[in-house]
Design a binder for this molecule. Structure first.
Ligand code: SAM
Length: 282
């Protein structure tokens, strides 16, 4: 079938709730491709029916049986256009797509993005938090020990961080964040974005935890948490400490000078040592 679409793998974003968010290009591509590889064919059939799209569907996820993957691969190998969609939003963003896009690159087929909705970007866009740099953490580990050690590892990060969270784990996750990131951190709880019960709450982590504990409705549905980064540490040393370090460094190696100054000032040896290294231009 010649649909006018060049062959290759089209990675197509679909809405995260409101069907009005599908793009005109996504509809054109989904109508024009020979096959749509979908995370869940029954789920996607509802979306396609809504838009009157009759393109055949094939099941695809990152743990698909070799047989399913081969069906998609055969169509690509014939020079046809194939679309990849997930249940909602952008494929590959906490969703399947890795194996197929990697395969398409390795086999030399064009891989074409058809961008659209994604909960991470939607939540960030209304967060009122710095977005010049941000980290996307996806889902935190489900078990408390794993979640806490992940949060500990990112407690000092200065950039805004985005998390996806399951409704039944929201309260525990917020409670661990209050514990490990601090109750005063500004954050945003974005729930059911683009849907009827959409709520966007900007508050501190502590206040968001109180809100969720007081009202079970606040942990229903699909959830994104956007958390402000840590305040950057003031690494500058006062002038007396600098003078002390400069004098000591004239008489002894920097590591020893830093150790002595640390004993005298009670400051961290490593910070003092770093100062001396920077002073020497290292
Ligand atoms: N691929 C999707 C995307 O581009 O955002 C994400 C898929 S991931 C399996 C599903 C998670 O995304 C949900 O548990 C929730 O954390 C977040 N999410 C998806 N849709 C959302 C919505 N409408 N409102 C808030 N969070 C949403």
């Amino acid at each position: 079938m010649n649909t006018g679409l060049a062959g290759g793998l089209y990675v197509v974003a679909t809405p995260i709730g409101n069907l009005g968010d599908i793009t005109a290009r996504a509809l054109e591509v989904l109508r024009g491709v020979e096959l749509i590889a979908a995370e869940d064919t029954r789920h996607s059939a509802v979306l396609l029916r809504h838009f009157g799209i009759e393109t055949p569907l094939a099941a695809y996820h990152d743990h698909s049986a070799q047989r399913d993957l081969q069906r998609v691969e055969r169509v690509l190998a014939g020079g046809a256009a194939v679309a990849l969609i997930s249940d909602a939003g952008t494929p590959m963003i906490s969703d399947p797509g890795y194996r197929l896009t990697r395969f398409a690159h390795e086999a030399g087929y064009p891989v074409i993005p058809v961008p659209g909705a994604s909960a991470v970007v939607a939540a960030l866009s209304v967060s009122g938090l710095p977005t010049d740099r941000f980290s996307f953490e996806g889902f935190l580990p489900a078990k408390a020990a794993g979640r806490r050690s992940r949060l500990e590892a990112l407690a000092e990060r200065v950039e805004t961080t985005v998390f996806y969270e399951a409704p039944h784990r929201l309260q525990e996750a917020l409670s661990d964040m209050v514990d490990l990131l601090g109750a005063d951190r500004p954050a945003l709880l974005a729930r059911e974005l683009t849907k009827s019960f959409e709520t966007v709450r900007k508050a501190t982590l502590g206040d968001l935890l109180d809100l969720v504990m007081a009202d079970a409705n606040q942990s229903r549905g699909e959830i994104v948490l956007v958390v402000a980064g840590a305040e950057p540490r003031d690494r500058s040393l006062d002038t007396d400490t600098q003078r002390l370090l400069d004098l000591l460094a004239e008489e002894m190696p920097p590591r020893k000078a830093a150790a002595l100054a640390a004993q005298y000032t009670g400051l961290k040896k490593n910070a003092l040592y770093q100062y001396l290294l920077e002073r020497r231009g290292e």
